[in-house]
Design a protein around this ligand. Structure first.
Ligand code: AMP
Length: 176
């Protein structure tokens, strides 16, 4: 399934550090038909109408923004700390070494709005789970998260499912 799109992902070994197989979506983005098909298939996999698509900085923005027109939804930016100009709410999450923080404008959504979470890839799910906590804290009705790529062995998709989120990905790669 989606082998045509999988062929457009470039794998770069040992980036950004030894042992990581980096799944590079820039080659998919360069392919007009492949990118269009990616968005069409993500749109087709979307559960029900949504009001907002929340994209995770930075590659998640690309897919969230492209989905906005076909889904007739707005785009909500989930950013790294210190980038948003207005008043924000934040959620911290653990990294392999240290901590990171994801933030959104505190008035970006009206409680009860239906939100679809989008990123390019889910690995351990640490980023996406922090995004879910943040969006729910803001009052979002969040039923689904979509990714272009899942690395199922890292367990992130299953961890999201345990939080009652439907997780859909177009592509899956074995290993890290
Ligand atoms: P995680 O929080 O572990 O699920 O990591 C997800 C984030 O890290 C995503 O925004 C990805 O862009 C990036 N990422 C993690 N692992 C990889 C990988 N093997 N190839 C490309 N991007 C990755």
């Amino acid at each position: 399934m989606n082998d045509d799109l999988k062929a457009l992902i470039r794998t770069i070994p040992d980036f950004p550090k030894p042992g990581i197989q980096f799944r590079d979506i820039t080659t998919l983005l360069l392919d007009a038909g492949g990118f269009a098909q990616t968005i069409a298939r993500m749109a087709a996999a979307t559960l029900g109408p949504v009001d907002l698509i929340a994209g995770i900085e930075a590659r998640g923005f690309i897919f969230a923004a492209a989905l906005a027109a076909p889904l007739n939804a707005g785009v909500l930016l989930l950013r790294k700390d210190g980038k948003l100009p207005g008043a924000t709410i934040a959620e911290d999450y653990a990294l392999e070494y240290g901590e990171d923080r994801i933030v959104m404008h505190e008035d970006a959504l009206v409680p009860g709005q239906r939100v679809l979470l989008v990123d390019d890839l889910i690995a351990t799910g640490g980023t996406a789970r922090a995004a879910v906590r943040l969006l729910r804290k803001a009052g979002a009705e969040l039923r689904q998260a979509q990714f272009v790529i899942d690395l199922p062995e890292l367990g992130g998709a299953d961890a999201l499912r345990a939080e009652k989120i439907q997780v859909d990905s177009l592509l899956s790669f074995a290993g890290h």
